[in-house]
Design a protein around this ligand. Structure first.
Ligand SMILES: [Zn+2]
Length: 160
């Protein structure tokens, strides 16, 4: 078991945070954005960036090639539905997608919107890590968190 500190300061002891979230054991701040048979979308509000979405598989797997054919179809369909909702409901022009297989949690993809203010941290993908750290360390105030929750609500309405 691992001890994980949630964004609200609560500490939970779980084998895998992704399992805890996708099964409903741990409720992410802002709730579930959309859920399919095999996937679960939410935001980690510890990174208060409007429209950022984390899409996690419900099954405890690590690598992309472990997805079944049905899961692959479900994945690409929900990923593109979320992307479309980001564009149409939040006006997000560009998104960076990334997932890493050597994570301590299970298979999940980050959809990180690109905003003008991020140019301060670099032009393209090299800015992503500094942007996330900046958001976590410098933007974690009531004002930003409120905007983030509003964006989650907007996406949730758009996708359900
Ligand atoms: Zn898991």
């Amino acid at each position: 078991m691992r001890k994980i500190t949630l964004s609200n300061g609560k500490i939970v002891e779980v084998e895998c945070l992704s399992c805890a979230i996708t099964s409903g054991l741990v409720k992410p701040d802002g709730g579930v954005i959309v859920e399919t048979q095999y996937f679960h979308a939410h935001q980690d509000v510890a990174y208060p960036i409007e429209g950022l979405v984390i899409l996690a598989s419900k099954r405890h797997i690590t690598c992309l090639d472990e997805l079944t054919d049905e899961e692959k179809n479900d994945y690409i369909n929900i990923l593109s539905r979320i992307r479309k909702a980001q564009r149409e409901a939040l006006g997000i022009e560009y998104v960076y997608y990334f997932y890493n297989e050597d994570t301590t949690h299970h298979f999940h993809t980050w959809l990180v919107p690109r905003y003008e203010w991020m140019y301060e941290f670099g032009r393209s993908v090299e800015s992503v890590r500094p942007v996330l750290l900046h958001a976590r360390n410098k933007m974690n105030d009531i004002y930003n968190r409120k905007k983030v929750i509003q964006a989650i609500d907007t996406l949730t309405d758009e996708l359900n």
